[in-house]
Write a protein that binds this ligand. Structure first.
Ligand SMILES: [Zn+2]
Length: 295
């Protein structure tokens, strides 16, 4: 196993993958084999039903924005399935406990079970789904203890990210972070809660990219996905996962080079997100067929 670090990606590339492609109404019909094959291209979005789950915010993940999910390069349809499920979780379209049947994905994407299982295994590796013997895959349901552990880990990782970001940030990167906050506000103003949540998560991953530590970025990427799921489970669709004004104040502190203040603000920001969550899980659970049946 190689010990050399993976080549560093440009933040732009990562963010492009993290965000879903622009919505195209014209693609709402069920995908054909040709369309399914075309999903490998960056410019094509997932089948309409899953795309809807991923892109239509119920009124926005955390899928706080999920992860932002553009954390890995798109390499094939399995990656598309991975992103679609993650985005759907972040936008509360696939609540914890939702069954994910292999056959549904095979029909939607016109791919083999082998491809679907590959995507589900990756989702399970990132703790987004649970694979249960004889029950198949279901969206994971993190316990209250997992919730506390994940937020604790985020505070540790992001407290380490902030000083590095202050040391390494260029003026152009600061300007880009400010633009991201403006984009967050714009999404909220036009009622696009799903995009707003995704942009919120992207902001944290972009800050980690600025810090320049690939290991911390990797840790945060996984934590961000798990946080998205936790917020979906412990939050209401109308509450605020990531307040963009808190992001703005954080950039101000980073831009002035005040390590102590910026680190304290980051910790406070993450504690605020956690404090807005309910102590217990919601019991909501739906079947995947219900979502797919709407289209
Ligand atoms: Zn935030």
């Amino acid at each position: 196993m190689s010990t050399s670090p993976p080549p560093r990606r440009k933040p732009e590339a990562r963010l492009d993958i993290a965000r879903p492609a622009p919505r195209k109404r014209a693609t709402r019909a069920a995908p054909t084999k040709k369309a399914g094959a075309a999903l490998m291209a960056d410019s094509i979005e997932p089948p309409a039903a899953v795309a809807d789950a991923a892109l239509e915010a119920p009124a926005d993940a955390p899928i706080t924005e999920p992860p932002a999910a553009p954390r890995r390069r798109v390499s094939g349809i399995d990656q598309r399935i991975y992103e679609a499920v993650l985005n759907a979780v972040m936008t509360h379209r696939l609540p914890p406990g939702t069954k994910l049947t292999e056959a549904s994905f095979c029909d939607l994407y016109k791919v083999s079970r082998t491809i679907v299982r590959k995507a589900l295994l990756r989702l399970a590796h990132d703790h987004i789904v649970e694979l249960r013997p004889n029950r198949g895959a279901v969206i994971a349901s993190p316990t209250p203890q997992e919730k506390r552990d994940v937020f604790h880990a985020r505070r540790i990782v992001e407290s380490a990210v902030v000083p590095l970001a202050i040391r390494n940030a260029t003026r152009a990167q600061i300007a880009k972070l400010r633009q991201m906050v403006r984009d967050e506000r714009a999404a909220l103003d036009r009622g696009d809660r799903g995009r707003w949540i995704r942009l919120g998560a992207d902001f944290h991953l972009a800050l980690a990219e600025v810090a320049g530590n690939q290991v911390l970025t990797h840790f945060l990427s996984e934590l961000s996905s798990r946080c998205s799921l936790i917020i979906a489970l412990y939050d209401s669709p109308t509450s605020v996962p990531c307040a963009h004004d808190e992001h703005e104040h954080l950039i101000d502190a980073i831009a002035t080079g005040d390590v102590e203040r910026a680190t304290t603000m980051m910790e406070a920001h993450l504690r605020a997100i956690e404090s807005r969550l309910m102590p217990e899980r919601r019991s909501e659970s739906i079947d995947l067929a219900q979502i797919l049946g709407n289209d």
